[in-house]
Design a protein around this ligand. Sequence first.
Ligand SMILES: Nc1ncnc2c1ncn2[C@@H]1O[C@H](COP(=O)(O)OP(=O)(O)O)[C@@H](O)[C@H]1O
Ligand SMILES: [Mg+2]
Length: 376
Amino acid sequence: MISPCGFPSLSYTMTPNQPPVLQRPPAEVLYGEELARLRAADRLPRPPGWQLSMPAVRRFILGEGEAAAKIVCAPGLIERALVTLASNRALLLVGEPGTAKSLLSELLAAAISGCSTLTIQGSAATTEDQIKYGWNYALLLNEGPSPQALVPSPLYRAMQAGQLVRFEEITRCPPEVQDGLLSILSERLLMVPELSGEGGTLFAAPGFNLIATANTRDRGVNEMSAALKRRFSFETLFPIRDYEQEFELVRAEVGRLLARDQVPVLPPDEVLEVLVTVFRELRDGVGRDGAAGERLSTVVSTAEAVSVAYSVALRGYYLRGDGGEPGDIVEALAGAAAKDNAEDGKKLRRYMEHRAGKRQGAHWQAFYAARHRLPE
Ligand SMILES: Nc1ncnc2c1ncn2[C@@H]1O[C@H](COP(=O)(O)OP(=O)(O)O)[C@@H](O)[C@H]1O
Ligand SMILES: [Mg+2]
């Protein structure tokens, strides 16, 4: 069976106790069975071109009953995003790095269109060809411009098939390239001036829309023209506010990554407690006890907490055969949190000395005792 975006989806279905076929399966493959179940049970009206009704998509993303939430955020945000995607506006997800903008856009595309891989990655080098269409030059030289010689972009294919297209980090593209989207988003058509007649205009099929993401830390969203901004509804994602929710998310995510690698250990809860607390305190500059501290200038997001927890477990398992210990966090922390910023490195060292050392509990003491493992 070939899924709408060309994935032979059944052969990639994740089977327990079987090595995964892909390093990182897209959401429609990873959650293929859950999506199929939701589709089969869904009797509610669906917007044109959608594979699921809005309540079913909301349930897929926010969980319900047994099913855990895939995104921690206010339900209102997901509902507004769904209404936007069914309307004639595109959706722009903004926020700091690591606030699950990309993940949310992937889940929305997988649930609504059954395909999350029609994606354009924005960068300073993105060209209009990559957004709209290019040409197969051999064919172009031989036969001149023809539909066969046209190489469609992900956006072109999404318009044709009535699916969602994702545009990652849109504000990294030069504004004049971004503005190539203006007429597509307002007229819902794409002109191909090289092709005359019927082939010269592509009308978007029902179900087509665009989800863009933009980081507030990179070059800002102010790089977007006012005209283009008007075609988007903005939604801002924030770091997870609640400690328990962040802890649960990190534990669940790291469990999923380790299960995928068939690593039969999990980091102990005390290790995760140290890790999540340290990340939150360095992010907010405020301790769990309310005491003021220093904030790192680099982003220490939940996404990074997950990846540090994952390294801690891999280190524990492959080097010693356990699930990781508090000292392993120190090793991973410098590379993940302070990166190449010397000032943040110093803040991290001060945090270890002054705050971690004062905490009660063997796990905090073990973390403190490993402070010499911070690279100079
Ligand atoms: N609110 C959240 N809900 C779910 N996962 C989150 C959340 N915040 C961060 N994450 C974690 O961050 C990872 C994804 O971050 P990503 O989507 O790449 O962020 P962004 O695109 O905003 O930089 C997720 O896989 C998840 O582990
Ligand atoms: Mg992203």
